[in-house]
Write a protein that binds this ligand. Sequence first.
Ligand code: ATP
Length: 295
Amino acid sequence: LLQLFRPLDLLGFVYRTIRQGLVDMAEMFRLMDTAIEVEDAPGAPALVIRKPTVAFDNVVFGYEPDRTILHGLSFEVPAGDNIAIVGPSGAGKSTIARLLFRFYDPWSGRILIDGQDIAAVQQDTVRAAIGIVPQDSVLFNETIGYNIAYGKGGTDEQTMLAAARDAAILPFIEQLPKGFDTEVGERGLKLSGGEKQRVAIARTLVKNPPILMLDEATSALDSRTEQDILATLDRISRDRTTLSIAHRLSTVADADDIIVLDQGQLAERGTHAALLKHDGLYAEMWARQQSEREE
Ligand code: ATP
């Protein structure tokens, strides 16, 4: 019976989350895998953010009872900083993102935003505070305006224009005969990978989240488009606390600080220069990547 109901539960969860405009559908499925819905404690207060600090405090977590993925992970991100999370494949980088978005609760330890345990506040208010820019964005077969605004219901035109401008997609939209009312997707205008990514960034900006979680683009953008998108992401992350999950290292050199994760543990932390000097795992990963590039 449980087997039968689980998928239904999951669908309800997906539907509610999409309706709340929290993340887009592809990202939803990617992040969730088989996420179980977490429950708010009765009478849980709203998250109130004055300074968007993020902290993991001795977090232990696994997806299955007999396999621990994060082994007592602790780190702090000061408000407004841009932190890159790197590490070998399977180290637990995306797991950090899933926990921060509260798709799961830790087995022990706490995750704090501005000093408040995210497991003790209303989960909607946690998710409203975090903007995710996913690797690959999927758009609805709807108008560009709809695709941008569903980041937040009842978005006014000013907000939408500002978001499109900040995502550097406004000039593109304005030269279309139907502007924001242009249908995109299967029956409408086909957008390039870079344009899609910009619509997704605009969608995130509509939420005006104090915390950003960037999942490095792995979709095949040409390198010039990728550089342009990175410049946009850099600009929008300036006034926000940003965690960037980097599956490659090429984009992390400018981060305020780099967290190096290895098998669910914090292996190293520091700036690009300091970590190279330290000559540990990061330096090794960097050297390997440089030589791969040369080849
Ligand atoms: P990559 O750079 O390859 O994307 P990552 O560092 O982001 O890797 P995670 O996705 O956080 O790694 O995964 C960490 C570990 O957790 C992996 O060993 C993975 O197999 C496991 N894992 C991830 N999602 C689940 C899940 N839904 N159920 C069970 N195990 C999972």
